[in-house]
Ligand binder design. Structure first.
Ligand code: SF4
Length: 441
C-alpha cells in the first residue's frame, strides 16, 4: 500500500519567509504529502533559507549542511536561493535550488524528486491541479483522515481516522495565505462536515476569542477574513443547513461540493456512504429555498458492483431532479485493498462505458439549463488567466471551483490581470461555460 511521502521542513528567516513556508506546506499537504518532525523520518528535506545578512547566509548554509548530513536529500528555497553559485559551491549535492516566493518551482522540484502518489479515487486535489496553485487561490486542509468506511475507499487505511486541526491554527494559516495574496480559500478534507468531531469541537484562542472546531463556526470565521471561501467534500448531514445560511448572507461562496457518488438507496447502502438519507432531494430543495444561488458540484461512480439498470435509471432521474449544477463521473475501478473488491455483480466494461456516456449527457443538459439561467446577470468573477492576443480573460464565477468546474470567458478585457475580481455581465452560455463582458464603469 502506498504511504504518503514525507517531507521535513526547516524554515529560517523573517515572517514573510514563514508565510512562504506555510504556503508551500499547504500546497503539498493538499496534494497528499505529509510532514516529518525529524530528519530521519523524512524522505526529503526542504530548507527555506534567509539571505538578508551575511550572518543569516551563514546560518542558512549551516542549516543546509546539517540537513544533508542528517538526511542527504535536500531541496533549497527562499532568499538565499538567488545565490545558487554560493550554495552549489558549498553543498554540491543539494537536489534543487529555487528562490524566494517561488512556490510553484519548489512544489515542482518536490514532485521531481519525490513524486506524489496520485489516485483519483482518493485525492482531494484534482490531478490536473497537482502542477501548481496560482497565487490567488490556495487549498486549506482542515483535517486529515476519515471516520467513514466507504467500501470502495482505502483512505482510512492509509491516513487513519479523522484528525481535525484546531480552529485557531487553520484561521492563522488562512490569514497568512490572504496576506500573501490569496483571494480564494478552498477548504478541503476527507469529510469537511465532520470537522471537529474527533476533538469534541474543542475551542482554541483566535484573536482573543474562543473558536470551536465546528464546521459552522469555522466556515463563519473563514468567511469573515475577506477572501472567497469555498467548501469542498461536504456530506449532507443535518447541520449543513446552517452553513447554507452563511452562503445566503454572502459570507461563504454559494457552492457545495458533495461527493454523492450515487443516488440509488441499494447502491448507497452497499457503498456504505455517510449521511445516506432518503430525503436528500428534499434537503437540496430546502437549501435552494434558503440560498437560491447555490451551485452543487458532485461526483458519481457508475458500474459499481451490483449496480442494476434500475439503480442506474434511478440515478439519472435523481440527477435531473436534484439539478446538480456540476457533475463528474468515474467508471468504477477496484482499488487494491478496498472491501468493495469482494462484492458480486461485477458490471462489464462496455456497460460501464455506456452508463458513463449516458450520465455525462444528462449532466450536460442539466448544466446547460442551469447556466442559461445566469445569462443577463451581473456577477463577480476571479481571473485565472489572461489572453491579451484575444483581448479575453479566463475567469471563474462563485459557482466554479478551479480545475474541476467551468469557466467564465470574459471579452473586451483590457487591463484585467490574473487574480483580479471583476464585475461582469453574462451574455451567453454553453454546456459548461459562461461568456461575459466587464460591466461599464
Ligand atoms: S468519506 Fe468515504 S470515500 Fe470519503 S474518505 Fe471517507 S471512507 Fe473514503
Amino acid at each position: 500500500m502506498n504511504q504518503a511521502p514525507k517531507i521535513g521542513l526547516v524554515s529560517l528567516g523573517c515572517p514573510k519567509a514563514l508565510v512562504d513556508s506555510e504556503r508551500i506546506m499547504t500546497t503539498l499537504r493538499a496534494q497528499g504529502y505529509s510532514f516529518s518532525r525529524d530528519y530521519a523520518g523524512a524522505d526529503i528535506v526542504l530548507v527555506n533559507t534567509c539571505g538578508f545578512l551575511d550572518s543569516a547566509k551563514q546560518e542558512s548554509l549551516e542549516a543546509i549542511g546539517e540537513a544533508l548530513n542528517e538526511n542527504g536529500r535536500v531541496i533549497v528555497t527562499g532568499c538565499l536561493g538567488v545565490e545558487e553559485g554560493l550554495i552549489r559551491e558549498t553543498h554540491p549535492s543539494v537536489l534543487a535550488i529555487t528562490g524566494p516566493h517561488q512556490y510553484e518551482s519548489v512544489v515542482s522540484a518536490v514532485h521531481d524528486h519525490l513524486p506524489p502518489v496520485p489516485n483519483r479515487f482518493v485525492d482531494l486535489v484534482p490531478e490536473s491541479g497537482l502542477k501548481l496553485t496560482p497565487r490567488h487561490y490556495a487549498y486549506l486542509k482542515i483535517s486529515e483522515g476519515c471516520n467513514n468506511r466507504c467500501s470502495f475507499c482505502i483512505i482510512p487505511q492509509i491516513r487513519g481516522d479523522l484528525v481535525s486541526r484546531p480552529a485557531a491554527g487553520i484561521l492563522g494559516e488562512a490569514e497568512g495565505l490572504i496576506r500573501s495574496g490569496v483571494k480564494e480559500l478552498l477548504v478541503i478534507s476527507q469529510d469537511t462536515s465532520a470537522y471537529g468531531v474527533d476533538i469534541k469541537y474543542a475551542e482554541s484562542k483566535y484573536r482573543g476569542r474562543d473558536v470551536k472546531a465546528k464546521f459552522y463556526d469555522l466556515a463563519k470565521e473563514l468567511g469573515q477574513l475577506g477572501a472567497w471561501t469555498r467548501l469542498h467534500y461536504v456530506y449532507p448531514y443535518p447541520h449543513v443547513d446552517q452553513v447554507i445560511e452563511l452562503m445566503a448572507e454572502g459570507l461563504v461562496l454559494p457552492y457545495l461540493d458533495i461527493p454523492f457518488q450515487h443516488a440509488s438507496p441499494n447502491v448507497l447502502k452497499s457503498m456504505r456512504r455517510p449521511a445516506n438519507q432518503e430525503k436528500t432531494l428534499d434537503r437540496i430543495k430546502k437549501w435552494r429555498d434558503i440560498c437560491p444561488d447555490l451551485a452543487i458540484r458532485s461526483n458519481f461512480i457508475v458500474g459499481y458492483p451490483g449496480e442494476t439498470d434500475a439503480d442506474f435509471e434511478f440515478l439519472l432521474d435523481w440527477l435531473e431532479e436534484a439539478e446538480i449544477d456540476r457533475a463528474g463521473c468515474f467508471k468504477y475501478e477496484p482499488v487494491t485493498g478496498a472491501p468493495a473488491n469482494e462484492l458480486d455483480g461485477i458490471v462489464p466494461d462496455e456497460v460501464k462505458e455506456e452508463r458513463f456516456a449516458q450520465l455525462m449527457e444528462v449532466a450536460q443538459d442539466v448544466s446547460f439549463h442551469r447556466l442559461s439561467q445566469k445569462v443577463g446577470r451581473t456577477i463577480d468573477v476571479i481571473v485565472d488567466d489572461v489572453r491579451p492576443e484575444e483581448n479575453r480573460v479566463i475567469a471563474r464565477s462563485k459557482w466554479d471551483a478551479p480545475e474541476i468546474d467551468g469557466q467564465v470567458i470574459v471579452s473586451k478585457a483590457d487591463g484585467i490581470k490574473i487574480g483580479d475580481i471583476v464585475s461582469v455581465t453574462v451574455t451567453d452560455n454553453d454546456e459548461y461555460d459562461l461568456f461575459a463582458e466587464p460591466v461599464e464603469k
